[in-house]
Design a protein around this ligand. Structure first.
Ligand SMILES: CC(C)(COP(=O)(O)OP(=O)(O)OC[C@H]1O[C@@H](n2cnc3c(N)ncnc32)[C@H](O)[C@@H]1OP(=O)(O)O)[C@@H](O)C(=O)NCCC(=O)NCCSC(=O)C[C@H](O)C(=O)O
Ligand SMILES: [Mg+2]
Length: 269
């Protein structure tokens, strides 16, 4: 699967053997083995040691990533050493504030990097980070961002809008994939679905997740839906060029291109 086609990207602590086993049967598009915030200090070594067996057994046709600790963390060096000889599809690098940080990790691991944008400096540098050749995509880190921007955890996302749109803009300028941040409330399916719809409407390709019960709704909402696919097929079938009327709206070449990428995403191009 291409990174930009991923809808559901599930984090789990690399120290959680049960969650690793469970992920192999879940319908997520990417599994992210976390060495950073989901792993307590006294289990970092155990988490690193779990990477080899987990990656060796693999996760079927799901994309696989490892999130290391940030470049300025005391754990970063040991994380990079633990990756020697391992070949996850991507390295997720948190708290990226300079393109050079991502380039450094790409050089050290030989893997494509997904850079997390989760600080004011990261937002300001997002265009340079996304343009770095070793960077395949960007993740929003809205929890860290709320902390740095002093946005209360229970406030809506209006205070994050500039940051999210700047990150999407940066990714698109360089033709990279970009994914929405996690939703923390595990027992609020309506709130989760609303945030997925909001994320898709903003332009994110998919959503990072923290729990199995978030996968199906993310897959559905980042879809595309059967109705959207039917509309796309009808649009392409009826189009002969220039500006035309289609079901009461003007369509032009770019609408056909958009319809084709929807079909491509659904494997129906
Ligand atoms: C959030 C959790 C700690 C909740 O755990 P728990 O209450 O134990 O979950 P459940 O009892 O509901 O679990 C039911 C079964 O599902 C499995 N499970 C749970 N979570 C996962 C998962 N993420 N992946 C795979 N499987 C999972 C349990 O093992 C149960 O299975 P079974 O026993 O067989 O029935 C927990 O969900 C969790 O740890 N989630 C991931 C947390 C994480 O990785 N956090 C880091 C990413 S968040 C982030 O990046 C923030 C960002 O940096 C920012 O700044 O915004
Ligand atoms: Mg974070």
């Amino acid at each position: 699967m291409l990174l930009r086609h991923a809808r559901s990207l599930l984090f789990l602590p690399a120290s959680n053997e049960r969650a690793i086993g469970k992920a192999r049967g879940l319908p997520c598009d990417m599994v992210i083995l976390d060495l950073e915030d989901a792993v307590p200090e006294d289990r970092k070594e155990e988490a690193r040691a779990a990477l080899g067996p987990a990656l060796l057994e693999g996760f079927g046709d799901r994309l696989v990533a490892v999130r290391v600790n940030a470049v300025d963390s005391p754990h970063h060096g040991a994380d990079i050493s633990a990756l020697s000889g391992l070949t996850p599809d991507f390295i997720v690098l948190p708290k990226v504030e300079a393109a050079a940080h991502a380039a450094q990790v790409h050089r050290a691991t030989g893997r494509s990097v997904i850079a997390m944008i989760e600080s004011p400096r990261g937002i300001v540098e997002a265009q340079a980070i996304a343009a770095e050749p070793g960077v395949a995509g960007l993740f929003m880190g809205n929890n860290d961002l709320r902390h740095d921007l002093r946005i209360p955890l229970d406030a809506d996302r209006s205070g994050l809008m500039l940051a999210m749109q700047s990150t999407i803009l940066a990714a698109r300028l360089s033709g990279k994939a970009v994914f929405d941040g996690v939703y923390n409330r595990l027992e609020d399916p309506d709130g989760f679905a609303a945030e997925c719809r909001d994320g898709r409407a903003l332009g994110f390709d998919g959503k990072t997740l923290i729990h199995p019960n978030q996968i199906e709704p993310a897959n559905t909402i980042f879809g595309p839906s059967e109705q959207e696919l039917a509309n796309a097929r009808a649009l392409i079938a009826g189009f002969s060029g220039g500006a035309e009327r289609h079901e009461g709206a003007m369509i032009e070449d770019m609408h056909i291109a958009q319809a084709r990428s929807l079909l491509e995403r659904a494997g129906q191009a």
